[in-house]
Ligand binder design. Structure first.
Ligand SMILES: NC(=O)c1ccc[n+]([C@@H]2O[C@H](COP(=O)([O-])OP(=O)(O)OC[C@H]3O[C@@H](n4cnc5c(N)ncnc54)[C@H](OP(=O)(O)O)[C@@H]3O)[C@@H](O)[C@H]2O)c1
Length: 315
């Protein structure tokens, strides 16, 4: 486990997190040995004045320009798919993953970021109106053209991930080799959408973990790992999706281990994800340097086998 395994979530940079704070977070993250930055072209349309996204990529672009040489030190990941077609009204549809949309959106992302190459490009959501063959060919084409290094797939059910990877192998194009789902220590009830995000297949499940174990070339990134801070803050109750008896047992085990280690429960969650089998790289969403420092410290936290066994066993 190391700080380099953490991913810095930049979702609110340029909207609820002002640019000065965003720069401070980015500087601190890189200074501490962090490398990987996660954003999306749609961040954060729901928090912006215009109802359109792009602010996060723009802030990252300005930060990269303001810090000569830093581009080579970081891994930049961005995504396409959920930007509303009509700004401010996602109920009227999102841009999705049609080939021309992806290519156009990718160019716009490159422009906002001010880079030639994007290290990881994600399909942010499913778009079943587009044949999966076309999605695979379009994303693979971006790698073949040299604009992207690796491909990621987010909020897709496992069977579609497997099919996309099989199609890529058959077509001889770059496969999706990263998977982004919401993953934390508490587990949601079955049949619930990701709270507030409307992603039916956004949760990593036991089946996901089984698939990842059998496919070690596929890397898992865990979004919203701290459930908006619910582990550490009484003012942030867990969403209804986690309302079942297993949550109480897991929170009791977490409190025990956190108490033994003298750290916050949320830090144990990050360490548990990082050191799991399969491991998950937490995408930490933070809005202050203090919160970031807590996450950075968690990357150095060692859980022994007994503690990990106790945490795993609480169901
Ligand atoms: N692929 C997808 O569909 C998808 C969806 C969602 C997110 N993401 C990615 O995942 C990243 C993280 O998502 P998220 O913001 O939803 O993550 P989260 O882990 O659920 O919540 C982050 C929030 O938790 C609170 N927090 C963080 N550290 C804390 C600490 N030490 N003590 C107390 N509270 C703390 C902060 O709230 P306050 O700021 O209010 O203090 C912070 O903004 C995003 O930036 C994005 O890159 C991807």
């Amino acid at each position: 486990m190391a700080v380099a395994d953490l991913v810095l979530g930049c979702m609110y940079f340029g909207t609820t997190t002002d640019e000065r704070t965003a720069f401070a977070l980015l500087d601190r993250f890189v200074e501490a040995g962090g490398t990987t930055l996660d954003t999306a072209d749609c961040y954060a349309f729901w928090a912006s004045g215009t109802g359109a996204g792009g602010q996060s990529e723009e802030v990252l672009g300005r930060w990269l320009r303001a810090r000569p040489g830093v581009r080579e030190q970081v891994v930049l990941a961005t995504k396409v798919g959920p930007e509303p077609v009509v700004p401010g009204d996602p109920s009227r549809g999102v841009v999705g993953l049609a080939p021309d949309v992806v290519r156009r959106s990718f160019e716009a992302s490159r422009e906002r970021l001010g880079v030639e190459v994007v290290d990881v490009y994600w399909a942010h959501l499913e778009d079943r109106s587009v044949p999966l063959e076309d999605v695979v060919a379009t994303f693979g084409g971006l790698v073949a053209d040299g604009g992207v290094r690796r491909l990621g797939i987010s909020n897709h059910p496992t069977w579609r991930v497997e099919r996309a990877r099989a199609l890529a192998a058959a077509a001889g194009v770059e496969p999706f080799s990263l998977l982004q789902l919401t993953t934390s220590y508490v587990r949601p009830r079955p049949d619930v959408d990701v709270p507030g995000k409307d992603h039916r297949f956004g949760f990593a499940t036991d089946e996901t973990l089984d698939y990842l174990t059998a496919h070690p070339d596929l890397e898992l990134w865990a979004y919203s790992p701290l459930v908006q801070g619910a582990y550490d803050r009484p003012d942030r109750p867990f969403p209804d999706a986690y309302d079942h008896p297993g949550t109480a047992r897991r929170l009791a085990a977490l409190a025990e281990v956190a108490g033994e280690l003298g750290v916050a429960p949320g830090q144990v969650v990050l360490a548990w994800l990082l050191g799991g089998r399969p491991a998950a790289r937490p995408i930490v969403g933070v809005s202050s340097v203090e919160q970031l420092d807590q996450a950075l410290a968690a990357a150095d936290l060692a859980l022994d086998d007994e503690q990990r066994g106790r945490l795993d066993g609480a169901r």
